[in-house]
Design a binder for this molecule. Structure first.
Ligand SMILES: Cc1cc2nc3c(=O)[nH]c(=O)nc-3n(C[C@H](O)[C@H](O)[C@H](O)COP(=O)(O)O)c2cc1C
Length: 190
């Protein structure tokens, strides 16, 4: 069986982002599981706010097409999403929307598996934002999203100096989520 390729990115490009920390913890854990893992920052894929007139004039931006192709090269995708007012960040939603407008195959939301997680300084760990992300990916785009997810609450103090989750229960939950992601992604790597 081929080694599944996993792409990881976060819905925040803020310096010191808690969700980038979560993304990095995911990358490290996946590497320990021998996955072929790639981490990108949405800072490297800037796009204008979606506007139908802009799309009609010039189609999806080059960065949306680049990200679409990159997603299409992976069998599993982990998205770490902050929660803004109980929803996903405009950065992440705008990215998902533009990429969904790339009509040339491959469809990056199909034939691969998604896992989602979030981190927040608050008590809910971006849980409500994850619900919106799950809705957009599954209902809106027909993606397969693992039912398991991770919501890291009080995240300002959740990561140790080595970048791993300090709480052993949460660390175990993350390992289990990523093992399932790899297992499901391997079905698409055959
Ligand atoms: C516009 C805005 C709305 C926010 N709404 C929520 C919220 O609903 N729930 C929550 O837990 N945190 C909320 N926060 C705080 C974020 O969780 C916090 O800024 C977090 O650090 C953002 O993720 P990041 O560290 O990955 O950038 C909000 C922050 C902003 C800027």
């Amino acid at each position: 069986m081929a080694n599944p390729r996993i792409l990881v990115f976060a819905g925040s490009i803020r310096a010191g982002s808690l969700n980038q920390k979560l993304a990095m913890a995911v990358v490290k854990e996946l590497a320990l599981l021998d996955a072929a893992v790639m981490h990108v920052s949405l800072a490297d894929y800037p796009m204008p706010i979606y506007d139908g007139d802009l799309e009609a004039q010039s189609g999806p931006p080059e960065n949306a097409q680049k990200l679409q192709r990159l997603m299409g090269e992976h069998h599993g995708i982990f998205i770490a999403s902050p929660e803004y007012n109980a929803g996903v960040t405009p950065l992440l939603k705008n990215t998902i929307d533009w990429v969904s407008r790339c009509k040339v195959p491959p469809n990056p939301y199909k034939d691969r598996v998604f896992a989602i997680g979030g981190a927040s300084p608050g008590g809910l760990g971006a849980y409500r934002g994850l619900m919106m992300l799950r809705q957009s990916l599954t209902l809106g785009l027909g993606a397969t999203v693992l039912p398991e997810q991770i919501a890291v609450s009080r995240a300002s103090d959740a990561f140790g100096d080595n970048g791993a989750l300090k709480d052993e229960t949460q660390a175990k939950q993350l390992r289990s989520l990523l093992a399932r992601l790899l297992d499901e992604a391997s079905r698409y790597a055959r």
